[in-house]
Ligand binder design. Structure first.
Ligand code: SF4
Length: 213
C-alpha cells in the first residue's frame, strides 16, 4: 500500500493504482472523456488532469500511477482552467450536439463554446456503407474508444484505426475501405462505447432524421 494526499485528504491505496482510481475510491470526482472503465486508458483527452506537487506539468490521472507521499490537487484553479479550455477547443472544432456527457461538463466548467468559433471545424460527410451503423466523424472527438474496443481490448477484429496527423487525424478503416470490405464483424461494440453519437445504429439515425423533418 502507498499513502497519497488528495486535496489534503490522506488515502491509503494499493500500489500500481492510478490517481483516478484513488480519487474514485475516495469519492472525489474527476471528469473524463476518453476514459472508459472497461477499456485500457489511452490518456488522450487530458480532461482528467490533476496537479501533482513537484511535477512541472499537469498529469493525466487515468494513466499516472500513485507513488508514496504523492500530493494531488484535483480541482485547483490551474486544473479547472485546463479542463475548461479543452472543452472550449472541442466545441470549436467538433459537433458536440449529441454528446450529453460533454454538455454537462461544459455547463459545470462554464466553458464558452464560442471561444474558438473561428477554428476550422472538422467536417466530414456521414458514411453509410453497411446496413448496421453509420459513421459521422464530424461528431468524433478522437477518444479512440472504438479503436480499442475493436482491437485487443475486446473484439480482436482490428477493423478500425487512426489516420492522418494533427488537423487531419481521424478514425478510419485500414486503407479507408468500406466496412463490409474489412474485418468488421458488426458486433456493435464501437457504437456502444462511442460517447458522442459519431457512431450510431442505422435505425436510430433514420428515426432521428425522420423526426427532424
Ligand atoms: S467515433 Fe466515437 S468512439 Fe470512435 S474515436 Fe470518435 S468519438 Fe471516440
Amino acid at each position: 500500500m502507498v499513502t497519497v494526499y488528495l486535496n489534503d485528504i490522506k488515502k491509503e491505496i494499493e500500489e500500481n493504482k492510478t490517481i483516478l482510481d484513488a480519487a474514485l475510491e475516495a469519492g472525489i470526482h474527476i471528469p473524463t472523456i476518453c476514459f472508459h472503465e472497461k477499456l485500457t486508458p489511452p490518456g488522450l483527452c487530458r480532461q482528467c488532469v490533476v496537479e501533482v506537487e513537484g511535477a512541472r506539468v499537469l498529469l493525466p490521472s487515468c494513466i499516472t500511477k500513485v507513488t508514496d507521499g504523492m500530493k494531488i490537487k484535483t480541482d485547483s484553479e490551474r486544473v479547472i482552467r485546463a479542463r475548461r479550455t479543452i472543452l472550449e477547443m472541442l466545441s470549436g472544432s467538433t459537433d458536440l450536439s449529441e454528446s450529453p456527457e460533454l454538455a454537462v461538463q461544459i455547463e459545470k466548467y462554464g466553458a464558452d463554446s464560442n471561444r474558438f468559433k473561428d477554428t476550422a471545424e472538422r467536417k466530414y460527410p456521414v458514411i453509410d456503407d453497411n446496413p448496421f451503423y453509420m459513421r459521422d466523424y464530424s461528431k468524433c472527438i478522437l477518444c479512440e474508444r472504438c479503436v480499442q474496443v475493436c482491437s485487443s481490448d475486446v473484439q480482436f477484429s482490428y477493423a478500425l484505426t487512426t489516420t492522418g496527423r494533427g488537423y487531419t487525424n481521424k478514425i478510419s478503416t485500414f486503407y479507408d475501405k468500406k466496412l463490409p470490405e474489412t474485418s468488421c464483424v458488426f458486433c456493435g461494440n464501437c457504437v456502444a462505447v462511442c460517447p458522442t453519437g459519431a457512431l450510431i445504429s442505422s435505425n436510430e439515425y433514420n428515426i432521428k432524421a425522420e423526426g427532424a423533418e
